[in-house]
Ligand binder design. Structure first.
Ligand SMILES: *Cc1c(COP(=O)(O)O)cnc(C)c1O
Length: 341
């Protein structure tokens, strides 16, 4: 049996023994009644880390974004998001279905944009127009290969939004990867937005869950809408314990994932048939192209036990995470050299 090295995504990570231990011993209660002490601790910690008044644990990143859109907008409003953003591409049209809003695309430069890009798209009070109520930024940006949204650009968007009385949401599913890649604190990113969400279930290695942080009255609305969509869970302390464990033990180690991603990228770049932009590998996603059909290449890797993810325009994505060790990366490099040479 070949050992499977699963690099399709960082959602495949499984709880470590230490995390399982923390989950097994978690103190729990009914979270809908706010009686789960572990959930309460996680929510308080996340509020403190992000410098926001309050935080709430929700089922997933998709739910986090959906509830934020719902809590910031009214039916018939519009929000602005980057054209290939996760919120508008991979969340089943939820904001239209549940919040009754439409969205306007801004074209990003590797997923990021600034005030000058946004200004012409903002629509105010006009009898004919849907009003822009919310601007969304994604950091790091999934479809831009895990690119970091530069802080200066975020600040310029935040300033414009304040001037125009528009709320700002950051989909920070992988914001901790941005924090580790840049050394910029999460509270600095959080200061650029009214609400911030991040995933516990990706690089942080938890089995489930995301966090939303923001003003207290906003988080209270999110809590109500979470109940409305059926996301009010009971003894969630078991999951929150995984979150607390991850925030303590799995943040700094993201650096290893980034180092592994860069090492893999450099090795791939040396192979004759591979096209890769090394400067694009900022965090834990490696996007590349191999001359020929990407599906066929991925099948060859799969036979050797390496699972990869298809990416638009005949490209392939490899993701480093806590279940891919440095030795695993060596092995993948070896396999790539054998297959591609
Ligand atoms: C994964 C992801 C989400 C959604 O998270 P789920 O927990 O899978 O619902 C949202 N935004 C971005 C940028 C993501 O990468």
């Amino acid at each position: 049996m070949v050992k499977v090295i699963d690099m399709r995504s960082d959602v495949v990570t499984r709880p470590t023994p230490g995390m399982r231990q923390a989950m097994a011993t978690a103190e729990v209660g009914d979270d809908v009644s706010r009686e789960d002490p572990t959930v309460n601790r996680l929510e308080e910690l996340c509020a403190k880390l992000t410098g926001k008044e309050a935080s709430i644990f929700v089922c997933s990143g998709t739910m986090a974004n959906l509830l934020c859109v719902k809590a910031w907008t009214h039916h018939g409003d519009e929000f602005i998001a980057e054209e290939s953003s996760h919120m508008t591409s991979f969340e089943t049209g939820g904001s239209a279905a549940f919040a009754g809003v439409q969205w306007r695309a801004v074209r990003g430069d590797r997923g990021s944009f600034d005030a000058d890009d946004i200004a012409p798209l903002i629509r105010g009070e006009d009898i004919q127009l849907a009003r822009t109520r919310l601007i969304c930024m994604e950091n790091t940006h999934t479809m831009a290969g895990g690119a970091v949204f530069p802080l200066e650009k975020m600040r310029s968007v935040a300033k414009l939004a304040r001037e125009r009385d528009i709320r700002v949401h950051v989909d920070g599913a992988r914001i901790w990867n941005a924090v580790i890649a840049t050394g910029i604190g999460i509270e600095e990113y959080a200061a650029c937005c009214d609400s911030l969400s991040f995933c516990l279930s990706k690089g942080l290695g938890c089995p489930a869950g995301s966090i939303v942080s923001g003003p207290a009255d906003f988080v209270a609305r999110v809590r109500k809408y979470r109940k409305m969509v059926g996301g009010g869970m009971r003894q969630t302390g078991i999951l929150a314990a995984a979150g607390l464990y991850a925030l303590e033990h799995h943040i700094q180690r993201l650096r290893e994932d980034h180092d592994n991603a860069k090492r893999l990228a450099r090795a791939l770049a040396e192979l004759p048939k591979v096209k890769i932009d090394l400067s694009s590998v900022e965090t834990n996603l490696v996007v590349f192209e191999i001359a020929g059909d990407s599906e066929e290449w991925m099948a060859r890797f799969r036979e050797k036990g390496v699972l990869l993810c298809p990416y638009p325009r005949n490209r392939i994505r490899a993701v480093t995470h806590i279940d891919v060790s440095s030795d695993d990366v060596d092995r993948v490099i070896e396999i790539a050299r054998d297959l591609i040479r």
